[in-house]
Write a protein that binds this ligand. Structure first.
Ligand code: C2E
Ligand code: MG
Ligand code: MG
Ligand code: MG
Length: 293
C-alpha cells in the first residue's frame, strides 16, 4: 500500500490506516466465508455439579477450521468478528447451532452460549433468541446466556431493558469472567443473573500457600449464594483446585480436570455413557496444555 514512499508523518499514518482498513475488510470476508462454507464448528464443554458430580450442562464454544491455517481459537477471531460487525451473524449461528444440538440430547440439561456485548446491544437479540429456542423446540430455561460485565459500559437504560426482555423469555443469565474487569457489586444488584462464572485467573494459584484467591472465591460464592445465584469455577485443571473450589462453595465446575471442549459427536457419546463426570486426576495438570481443543 506504500505507493508514494511515505514522505513525512502524515503519509505513514494514512498508509497505516489504509493497511488496517484492508486487513479489516479481508478479515470480514474471511469470516463471512467461514460461515458460508461451514468452516465454523461449535464444541461443547461439560459443566459439572460439585455436589452430585453429574454433568448438568455444556458451554458452547466456537472454533474455526480454516482450510490453510488449521484450527483457529476464538481468542484470535471473536475480537475481529466484533470489529467487523460479523459477530452478529456468527453469534446468531452459534445460538441456533447450540439450541439444535441441545434438542438432540435427552433430559433437562442446559446449554450455555456466549453473547458478545455487541449482540447484547442489538435490539433484535430477544427475537433472535426466541426464534432459536422455538425452532429447536427446547425449553427457554434450558438456555443460559453468558454475558460479560462489559455490557454495563453501554447505555444503562438500554442495558436494563435488554436484561428485562431476555429474562422475560425465560432464559437463564450468567455473568462470565467475573473478577477480570470492573466487577462492581452494583452489577450484581442491578442485573438478574442466575449464575456467576468465576474467572480461571482466580482458580489458578488457589492451591498455593498464602494465596488470596481462596478467600476471594469464598466471598464470591457466599455473596452469590445469598443472592440466590449459582457459581461456576472456570478453568479447573487439577484435583487440588477441584477440592478447593468445592470447599469454598462453588456449585459448579468447568475445566480440563473433567473434559476439554468436545465436538458434537464426542459430547453426545459422553452423555450417552452416563451423566457422571469422572475427574481425570492430578496427572491432568501435567498434560500438555492445549489451548485450542
Ligand atoms: P469463555 O466464555 O470464558 O470460555 C471459557 C474458555 O476457557 C474456553 O476457551 C475454554 O476452552 C477454556 N477452558 C475451559 N476449561 C479450561 C481449563 O481447565 N484450563 C484452561 N486453560 N482453559 C479452559 P475458548 O474456547 O478458547 O474460548 C475463549 C473465549 O472466546 C471464550 O471465553 C469466549 O469469551 C469467547 N467465545 C468462544 N465461543 C464464543 C461464541 O460462540 N460467541 C462469543 N461471542 N464468544 C465466544
Ligand atoms: Mg463463557
Ligand atoms: Mg469465562
Ligand atoms: Mg471470555
Amino acid at each position: 500500500a506504500a505507493k508514494d514512499g511515505g514522505r513525512g508523518r502524515y503519509h505513514f499514518y494514512s498508509e497505516d490506516l489504509h493497511a488496517d482498513a484492508e486487513a479489516r475488510s479481508q478479515m470480514e470476508e474471511d469470516l463471512r466465508d467461514a460461515l458460508a462454507k461451514g468452516q465454523l464448528e461449535m464444541f461443547y464443554q461439560p459443566v459439572v455439579s460439585t455436589s452430585t458430580e453429574n454433568i448438568t450442562g455444556f458451554e458452547a464454544l466456537m472454533r474455526w477450521h480454516h482450510p490453510v491455517k488449521g484450527w483457529i481459537s476464538p481468542h484470535r477471531f471473536i475480537e475481529s468478528a466484533e470489529d467487523t460487525g460479523m459477530i452478529q451473524q456468527l453469534g446468531e449461528w452459534a445460538l441456533r447451532q447450540a439450541c439444535e444440538q441441545l434438542a438432540e440430547w435427552p433430559g433437562e440439561i442446559r446449554m450455555a452460549v456466549n453473547v458478545s456485548p455487541l449482540q447484547f446491544a442489538n435490539p433484535q437479540l430477544p427475537s433472535i433468541v426466541a426464534n432459536a429456542i422455538a425452532s429447536a423446540g427446547i425449553k427457554p430455561s434450558q438456555l443460559e446466556l453468558e454475558i460479560t460485565e462489559t455490557v454495563f459500559l453501554q447505555d444503562s437504560a438500554a442495558t436494563d431493558a435488554m436484561f428485562a426482555a431476555l429474562k422475560n423469555l425465560g432464559v437463564r443469565l450468567a455473568l462470565d469472567d467475573f473478577g477480570t474487569g470492573y466487577s462492581s457489586l452494583g452489577y450484581l444488584k442491578k442485573a438478574p443473573f442466575d449464575k456467576i462464572k468465576i474467572d480461571k485467573s482466580f482458580v489458578r494459584g488457589i492451591t498455593e500457600a498464602g494465596s488470596r484467591n481462596a478467600a476471594i472465591i469464598a466471598s464470591i460464592t457466599s455473596l452469590a449464594h445469598s443472592l440466590g445465584m449459582e457459581t461456576t469455577a472456570e478453568g479447573v485443571e487439577t484435583m487440588d483446585e477441584l477440592d478447593l473450589v468445592r470447599v469454598h462453595g462453588c456449585s459448579h465446575v468447568q475445566g480440563f480436570i473433567y473434559e476439554r471442549p468436545l465436538d458434537a459427536q464426542q459430547a453426545s457419546e459422553r452423555l450417552a455413557s452416563g451423566l457422571a463426570a469422572v475427574a481425570r486426576g492430578p496427572r491432568c495438570s501435567r498434560a500438555p496444555r492445549q489451548t485450542m481443543l
